[in-house]
Each structure stands twice: as structure tokens, then as C-alpha cells.
Design a protein around this ligand. Structure first.
Ligand SMILES: [Zn+2]
Length: 350
């Protein structure tokens, strides 16, 4: 899989729509604030509208790019998947991750506007100075940055939607990070180039890894690893019950608890005590939510976000990626993989 073939066009369309929208929003804002500017004149509904208008532009667009990404990967895949499930995953994903994105963008606009107005008074700015500052907040440059990042995100998630459907049919793909050659200098993404997931990066790292990231992932059928041939090949010796019990014990003993999340040792947790964890988490006053039938808790919403995104875009409960997102160590994951292989749960080896 190469980079998104019509990336330039997609970025241009979204950047233009967002740029136009932000310009209108800034005009409205200036009009409401008046001269001299007073933020008390700006009703709460203005900030709500900003988010809603943003959603009307971004959500249908992201969903379309998601489906295009899914379609591209499906056309190269050895077997078909149920397209209605992919469509459902697309709209679930854009609704869930899109609403967080919109909250983030609106909050940033609002905070930056408040700072600009404060500076206007502190440094005795002119209205021209203020207009210039606001112009950098509601700017085409920021619109373009959002467009680049969101095209990257939607396309990557669309492909993952297919990968997740394929995995249900027992076809496991390996994600390999790809950077644009001109981005090899980026200190975040450069070292990940051509590396499979698990080798220096995990599901929660992206792409996108940062604003304006143009990376993507290639999906390859797994190659047997050197030194792990006995386990990976179908000629593997049957694993004895004793070994399975030993692995099960190791997995159970490293399972995270609510305390691990509250103490900050791990980013996010899922219900492990039939409802008791989520009640205790609510009593502790930390963030709780639910994706499908999976209750989730974390110190903050942003800590929980990668896991929420994963599950709501069709990611599997109990998979290797799921465990990575829960903050299990490399070593613990290795043991978990051996356990899954030994017990024949190959569908979770994703
Ligand atoms: Zn990148």
C-alpha cells in the first residue's frame, strides 16, 4: 500500500472548507465583541456553534476518507469483508473520535481568543493588532494543519477497519510504519520508518504521530520470526497442559488493577470485577466511560482516548493491540502472545 493516492486533493478540499469557516467565525467573533473588544458580549452559544459548524465540515469528510482507505486496502486483500460492517465502523469511528477532535479544536480557539483579548488590554494594542492576532488563530495555516493531520488519521483508521474485519476471518496483517521520504528527518517518525508495530511504536502512537504528520502504515502478512519458528509455524509441537497453566498463571499475575490506574502506573483500565471496578472508579472520582459492553476507566479522558478509539473502530477486546494500549510491558505482552498461541486464540494475535 502506497500513501493515499489523492492526498493532496483531500488536504486541499478540507483546508479550504475549514479556512473559509474559520474566517467567517472570526468575523462573527469580532462583531460580537465590539470595539473595544469585550468577551462578555460573546454568548456561550457562539462557542457551541463553532464546534457544531466544525463538525458539519470535518465528520462527513473524515468518514469519506476512512471509507476510501478501507476500500483501497480491501481491493488488495485476499478475501472480502462484509462492507456493511465497515460502513458501520466508519460512522462509529467518525462520531467518537470526531467529537473529541472538535472539542479540542474549539477549546484551543476559545483559550487563544481569551489570551489575545487579555493581551490587547495589557499591552494597549490597537484593534488592528488584535485582528492580526486573531487572524493567526482562525488562520488558513491552522486549517491546513488540521486538514493534513485528519486526512492521515482517517485513512489509517479506515485501513485498520478492514484489518480488524480480516482478523475475524483468521487473517492477521502486520502494520509497518511508513514515512514520506521528505519526513525522514522528523525525529518522532523517522526512527519508525519501515518498522513493524511493536518495534518502537504501538497502536496509540498513530499515524498521525503529531500535527501535520503525513505517515501511513503498510499492511503485510506476517513473516515467521527467526528464533520463534517453533511457535509460529503450523508444525509447532503441541504445548503441554503444564506449560499452558504456567502461562495462564503468569498472565493472571500481571493483570492490572484499578489501583494501577489510580497510581498512574498504567494509563487506562477495563472492568475486571464484573462491575465492581467501574463503581470503585466512579467513587474515586476518575474518568469512566463505556465502549459497547466494555467499561473503561482512567485518570483523564485523554489517557483513555487511544483505547476508546481502538475499540470503537472495531478493535478487539483481548487482542495484543488492546493489551499494548492498556500499558502492558513488552515482556508481559510476549508472555501473553505465547499464551494466545498455546491456547489457539490466533484471532487475538493482532
Ligand atoms: Zn509522521
Amino acid at each position: 500500500m502506497a500513501d493515499i493516492p489523492n492526498r493532496d486533493e483531500l488536504e486541499r478540499i478540507l483546508a479550504r472548507k475549514l479556512g473559509g469557516l474559520q474566517k467567517r467565525q472570526m468575523g462573527k467573533l469580532l462583531e460580537l465583541m465590539g470595539d473595544p473588544p469585550d468577551l462578555n458580549n460573546v454568548p456561550m452559544s457562539f462557542w457551541d456553534d463553532i464546534g457544531m459548524e466544525l463538525g458539519q465540515v470535518v465528520l462527513p469528510f473524515s468518514e469519506r476518507v476512512y471509507l476510501e482507505g478501507a476500500q483501497r486496502l480491501m481491493s488488495e486483500s485476499p478475501v472480502g469483508v462484509d462492507w456493511s460492517l465497515v460502513n458501520q465502523a466508519a460512522s462509529d469511528w467518525s462520531r467518537n473520535s470526531g467529537s473529541q477532535l472538535i472539542r479540542d479544536i474549539s477549546a484551543t480557539s476559545r483559550r487563544a481568543t481569551q489570551e489575545a483579548v487579555s493581551t490587547y488590554y495589557e499591552q494597549a494594542w490597537t484593534m488592528g493588532d488584535l485582528r492580526k492576532k486573531l487572524g493567526s488563530i482562525y488562520s488558513p495555516v491552522r486549517a491546513e494543519m488540521i486538514a493534513v493531520t485528519e486526512v492521515t488519521r482517517a485513512a489509517a483508521e479506515g485501513e485498520r477497519g478492514i484489518v480488524s474485519e480480516l482478523s475475524k476471518q483468521g487473517i492477521t496483517m502486520v502494520e509497518v510504519w511508513q514515512t514520506n521520504n521528505d519526513e525522514l528527518v522528523c525525529p518522532i517518525c523517522g526512527p519508525r520508518h519501515d518498522k513493524p508495530k511493536g518495534d518502537g511504536w504501538s497502536r496509540s502512537d498513530g499515524p498521525p504521530a503529531h500535527p501535520r504528520c503525513r505517515c501511513w502504515v503498510n499492511h503485510e502478512l506476517p513473516k515467521p520470526k527467526e528464533g520463534a519458528v517453533e511457535v509460529d509455524q503450523e508444525v509447532a509441537q503441541p504445548v503441554s497442559q503444564g506449560v499452558i497453566d504456567q502461562l495462564r498463571k503468569q498472565v493472571a499475575s500481571s493483570t492490572h488493577s484499578l489501583d494501577d490506574v489510580i497510581s498512574g502506573r498504567v494509563p487506562v483500565g477495563v472492568e475486571g470485577r464484573r462491575g465492581a471496578d467501574i463503581i470503585a472508579a466512579q467513587e474515586a472520582g476518575i474518568y469512566t466511560t463505556r465502549v459497547g459492553s466494555t467499561p473503561i476507566y482512567a485518570l483523564t479522558e485523554s489517557n483513555a482516548k487511544p483505547l476508546i478509539d481502538y475499540l470503537s473502530s472495531g478493535g478487539r477486546y483481548g487482542s495484543v493491540t488492546f493489551s499494548e494500549l492498556l500499558g502492558y510491558t513488552k515482556k508481559e505482552i510476549e508472555i501473553y502472545i505465547r499464551f494466545l498461541q498455546a491456547t489457539g486464540q490466533v484471532e487475538l494475535l493482532i
